[in-house]
Design a protein around this ligand. Sequence first.
Ligand code: CO8
Length: 258
Amino acid sequence: MNNLLVDIKGGVARVTINRPQAHNALSKETNEELQELATELANNSDVRVVLLRGAGEKSFCAGADLKERKGVSAEETGPYVDAISGAIHAWARIPQPTIAVVNGYAFGGGMELAIACDIRIASDNAVFGLTEVKLGIMPGAGGTQRLPRLIGVAAAKELILLGKRIDAERALAIGLVSAVVPTAELDAAEERLLSDIAGCAPLSLRMAKEAIDRGVEVGVEEGLRIERACYERTLFSDDRNEGLAAFAEKRAPRFTGR
Ligand code: CO8
């Protein structure tokens, strides 16, 4: 891939948007690669968890590639915006847990990509913003839908309707990120999360994620039915038997994902 670095090892897929000269902005090709990769990762049963970050220390991702976009003709606009929204929605559909490691600016589509992930941690120099209203557009790749579900309607409206840029400390206060650490400690924070996740059964993680993601879209009764169906997928799994055996034998479980 020309714009992404991908390293898959020990069940962990580390993906880096590698356009530091453009603050990791989302060119059409980057979006196509992100979408293709999301599908590949979703179908890779060896991958237990996916990490996403931006190259360098300045930016996670500065959103749509505004320079490229300026040259896009009226006829090309449809496929162009489909590429960015398609990439971000594909990322949200990855069934394994996804973690955005926000190492700097996350603006526009970059912030939409971060909120399409399950967990976000940030460096203390991170800045978040859905800045689209300042550019004559509006968030169109999930920003108006995923952000209110994450942080509530009032806080989401404040950010979106003012095109406001907020720092990492405020992002933590409103629940947009779960941890903020100095840039130099970001790798260690990432490792702690990975180590926590390594102790969890992969199928349990997928099923719990599916129950949450589908459940928030429906009423509680329907949500409870979804939860039960997902629960039953874990109930008859090898990992459930392994979890019980490990508890009885006072040892760490060896989960296989089956
Ligand atoms: N696209 C392309 N190039 C960029 C972008 C970008 N988004 N951001 C920065 N760059 C480039 C600059 O043009 C500059 O290039 P050059 O060196 O050739 O002049 C280089 O990166 C360095 O940038 P700066 O000199 O500006 O660096 P600073 O450190 O001063 O500032 C910022 C960095 C804060 C990131 C600043 O560049 C900035 O504010 N960028 C714009 C951020 C923004 O508003 N993003 C939102 C874009 S809109 C969007 O994402 C909409 C998605 C909607 C999807 C809808 C689908 C249906």
